[in-house]
Design a protein around this ligand. Structure first.
Ligand code: UDP
Ligand code: MG
Length: 132
């Protein structure tokens, strides 16, 4: 059993995809064990993505993540970290496998609907970040 942190990003909330996305995980056998609806401040978004702070897309990413409310949530299940990443699809929706959340709903690499922790270490840090 593992826990991982996912976020329905502002574009997903804007497109009224909260229910659809949570259902994807539930129908694939996962449990939602914690959830919030909130707006990130600049500082919070910058801190959450601090591993990308040298990247050219960082400023736009922070701006996007603060552009509206988002829904961070904790998913629990077998091999959850990897399986959630698989259900999300590739970062760039044009490269995401058919049937993945990003392939189905994301419009571009910078507006790609959903976040998922990429390792055990990230999952622990990110769950702590939102849920203490
Ligand atoms: N991102 C972007 N442009 C890029 C790469 C990434 O806007 O060229 C954004 C995108 O929202 C992505 C986030 O930065 O989801 C974090 O990037 P990462 O490589 O960690 O992708 P992820 O883990 O979200 O698939
Ligand atoms: Mg990542």
């Amino acid at each position: 059993m593992q826990k991982t942190l996912s976020i329905i990003k502002p574009d997903g909330v804007q497109k009224k995809l909260i229910g659809t996305i949570l259902n994807r995980f539930e129908k694939n056998g996962f449990k939602i064990v914690n959830l919030k609806y909130l707006s990130l401040t600049n500082d919070q978004a910058g801190e959450f993505y601090n591993m990308h702070k040298e990247m050219s897309f960082y400023a736009d990413l922070v701006k996007f993540m603060t552009s509206g409310p988002c829904v961070p949530f904790v998913i629990e299940g077998e091999n959850a970290i990897l399986r959630v990443r698989e259900l999300m699809g590739a970062t760039n929706p044009s490269e995401a496998d058919k049937g993945t959340i990003r392939a189905d709903f994301a419009e571009s690499i910078d507006k790609n609907i959903i976040h998922g922790s990429d390792s055990q270490e990230s999952a622990e840090r990110e769950i702590l970040f939102f849920f203490g």
